[in-house]
Design a protein around this ligand. Structure first.
Ligand SMILES: Cc1cc2nc3c(=O)[nH]c(=O)nc-3n(C[C@H](O)[C@H](O)[C@H](O)COP(=O)(O)OP(=O)(O)OC[C@H]3O[C@@H](n4cnc5c(N)ncnc54)[C@H](O)[C@@H]3O)c2cc1C
Length: 428
């Protein structure tokens, strides 16, 4: 679609959403009733089919609808792994029974979700996971450990990947499940980070029972489903924005503000994770020419230029995704650029603060406290959502066509590679 046609149809969608919103909006409703009304109307996820709460519109319409509703003074979908990761994965790969049971309460925010993917020995190499699910009649019994699971301490449900066939090759022995977090055999232990926040957890699964009906896709087909979730994760990380129209009041708004505050508590260190580039120019200017070395001001401007071009690349990636195209190289390039901005900004904050940057927060000076948190939070930027090295591998292999890394586990039953208690550890 060319840009003139896109603009014309965007205007048409905006008008349609606004017309619906003006007759549907009732700020005296409670949040749940409002969200159910929104979901039933099809404007919560207009790109989905009519059978499943949608209107069969192109993918870009979702973002436009949410923007229009918020700008008009209303409330759209909740934030988080539920609407961002679980719902689209269930919509694309779940059985009708799972969709009927879980999609609506996920979109309304009644169910909170977390992602149980990473393990102590399986992060970048997620397909090397070892948590094991064994079939027992109409159930699966899961044992193993997950780690770095954001919000697992208050989630109702989880998306989980586990190994169900050790005799299959690495990627073919994995199954994707939906797990009830509030059941025996699920133990969540919070992790305190070096920036003193606590948003991650370890999750220990000991004989946790999952009904067979909670398999997403089919047994052994979990890698394909996990890849779908990871593709959504890229867009999900970009939509952590909260917006309430100034002056908007009413019960729905009050409850949505409380919900957003609770959600953002987990992520309050995320701006610092990005390096607080926004404070750099102000801080360099406040120090004055005589105390800031020209090399520092030079580097601030270099970082500013780099950040601007990275933001434009990120915008380009967002537009491509909103138009329903699969993410291309710009996703990995944008992710690498964010890491670079965070690293450079952290170094510059350190040079501007001198030794004081090493003091922990709690000084009462918000800028100083932010700097201390920047230094302990920026390393996470180049790990979350795929490390820098992994992004470089993706760019090298998928975009530049460079040879793949050598692998010892291709074509071999995973039992011979990844199982610590296997009799025979050597590949056949
Ligand atoms: C803020 C944040 C939130 C997260 N939230 C969640 C969550 O909710 N749920 C969840 O399941 N996980 C979550 N994670 C975990 C995250 O997915 C992993 O940390 C990430 O995949 C990296 O895995 P790892 O930590 O095991 O590091 P490893 O994979 O062990 O990597 C260690 C180092 O080796 C390098 N490396 C690894 N493989 C290669 C290779 N092939 N070539 C070159 N270098 C390589 C890496 O780049 C890295 O420098 C979160 C992480 C962060 C930081």
């Amino acid at each position: 679609m060319d840009s003139v046609n896109t603009a014309a149809s965007e205007e048409h969608v905006r008008n349609q959403v606004l017309t619906w919103f003006e007759q549907a909006w009732d700020p005296s409703l409670n949040l749940l009733k409002w969200r159910r009304r929104l979901v039933d109307s099809g404007w919560a996820v207009p790109s989905w089919s009519r059978e499943w709460f949608g209107l069969e519109r192109p993918a870009w319409v979702d973002a436009v609808a949410h923007r229009v509703i918020r700008q008009a003074g209303g409330v759209a979908l909740p934030l988080g792994a539920g609407p961002g990761l679980a719902a689209p994965t269930l919509y694309e790969h779940g059985s009708d029974e799972l969709k009927a049971r879980l999609l609506q309460p996920t979109l309304t925010g009644e169910l909170e979700w977390c992602q149980l993917f990473s393990e102590p020995g399986a992060g970048s190499d997620l397909a090397g996971l070892k948590a094991t699910a064994e079939r027992d009649g109409d159930s699966w019994i899961v044992n193993g450990q997950k780690v770095w699971n954001t919000s697992a301490d208050h989630a109702d449900m989880a998306i989980l990947v586990a190994r169900t066939d050790w005799d299959a090759v690495k990627h073919a022995g994995i199954t994707y499940f939906v797990l009830d977090m509030r059941q025996p055999g699920v133990e969540v232990r919070p992790i305190r980070q070096m920036n003193n926040h606590q948003s991650f957890n370890e999750v220990f699964l000991t004989n946790a029972v999952i009904p067979h009906a909670n398999v997403v896709g089919h047994p052994g087909g979990g890698w394909r489903v996990a890849r779908a979730t990871l593709a959504h994760e890229r867009s999900f990380t970009m939509t952590r924005d909260v917006y309430f129209k100034p002056g908007a009041v009413g019960r729905v708004i009050d409850e949505a503000r409380i919900e957003a505050e609770a959600y953002l508590k987990t992520y309050e260190w995320y701006p610092q994770r990005k390096g607080r580039f926004d404070l750099l120019i102000e801080r360099a200017a406040a120090r004055g020419d005589r105390t800031v070395a020209p090399t520092v001001t030079d580097e601030v401007m270099r970082t500013w230029t780099f950040e601007r071009s990275a933001s434009l690349t990120a915008q380009r990636a967002r537009v491509v995704r909103e138009q329903g195209h699969p993410p291309g190289a710009e996703g990995s390039i944008g992710k690498l650029a964010l890491s670079e901005v965070a690293r450079r900004s952290g170094l510059l904050h350190g040079r501007l603060s001198g030794a004081a940057a090493m003091l922990a927060g709690g000084s009462g000076d918000p800028v100083h406290d932010a700097v201390a948190e920047v230094l302990t939070s920026t390393p996470a930027q180049s790990i979350a959502g795929g490390t820098d090295e992994v992004q470089k591998n993706i760019l090298g292999e998928a975009m530049l066509g460079l040879p793949k890394e050598p692998s010892v586990d291709r074509g071999v039953a995973y039992r011979h590679v990844g199982r610590p208690d296997a009799d025979d550890q050597s590949p056949e």
